[in-house]
Write a protein that binds this ligand. Structure first.
Ligand code: IMP
Ligand code: MG
Length: 187
């Protein structure tokens, strides 16, 4: 049998941290965990734009529960690899979440500031339950205490792109998640 060809490394990546296959496998497991927890209950998913878009799309299709989807947006990193100050909400919820089972979904938990902000906002709306699911967790980077209920992968303190994660809005469409070359971390 011919050896399986490894896909070429994107020229702007230093290395691949998670392959598309690893991500897909883990997303299915997360879907199964959600199903175990929520059984047949309806879930109101709140995705944090734009980074969570691809992950949310796959995660939603890995559960067969009735699902309502809403999106919120906070101020972004812009063309930087560091969070600048305190994020602000720039687009809030359109669905009513009072009395609903809310699941917040984000691509990555870094300083914890974004998820603290969104969680406390939603908690104030008195949902029936509130849980947080992130694909990636950079545990060593927290500036405010925050833990997610469901984590896809714990990753080291490296700036990563792909599968929804961006640098200056680029690389979101990569199938894999990789470490961006330092030389590419400026615009
Ligand atoms: P936090 O508020 O610092 O936890 O930041 C969370 C947000 O920062 C995420 O939703 C991402 O959009 C962004 N972010 C943090 N680390 C990375 C990274 O390594 N690559 C791309 N975006 C990141
Ligand atoms: Mg984000």
């Amino acid at each position: 049998m011919p050896a399986k060809k490894t896909p070429a490394l994107h020229p702007d990546l230093e290395s691949v941290l998670l392959t598309h296959a690893q991500i897909q496998r883990r997303v299915k497991q997360l879907g199964a965990e959600l199903k175990r927890h929520y059984r047949d209950e309806e879930i109101t998913v709140v995705a944090i734009m734009n980074g969570a878009l691809l992950f949310t799309a796959d995660l939603l299709r890995s559960v067969d529960n009735p699902v309502r989807l809403d999106c919120v947006r906070t101020t972004s990193y812009g063309a930087s690899t560091e969070s600048l100050g305190t994020p602000k909400l720039i687009h809030g919820l359109t669905l009513d979440v009072t009395g609903r089972h809310v699941l917040i979904v984000d691509d990555i938990l870094d300083t914890g500031k974004t998820l603290s902000l969104i969680s406390s906002m939603i908690r104030g709306m008195r949902p029936a339950s509130l849980r947080v699911c992130v694909l990636l967790d950079k545990k060593g980077r927290r500036q405010v205490p925050f833990e997610a209920d469901l984590v896809g992968f714990e990753i080291p303190d490296k700036f990563v792109v792909g599968y929804g994660l961006d640098f200056a809005e680029r690389y979101r469409n990569l199938h894999e998640i990789g470490v961006l070359k330092p030389a590419k971390q400026k615009v």
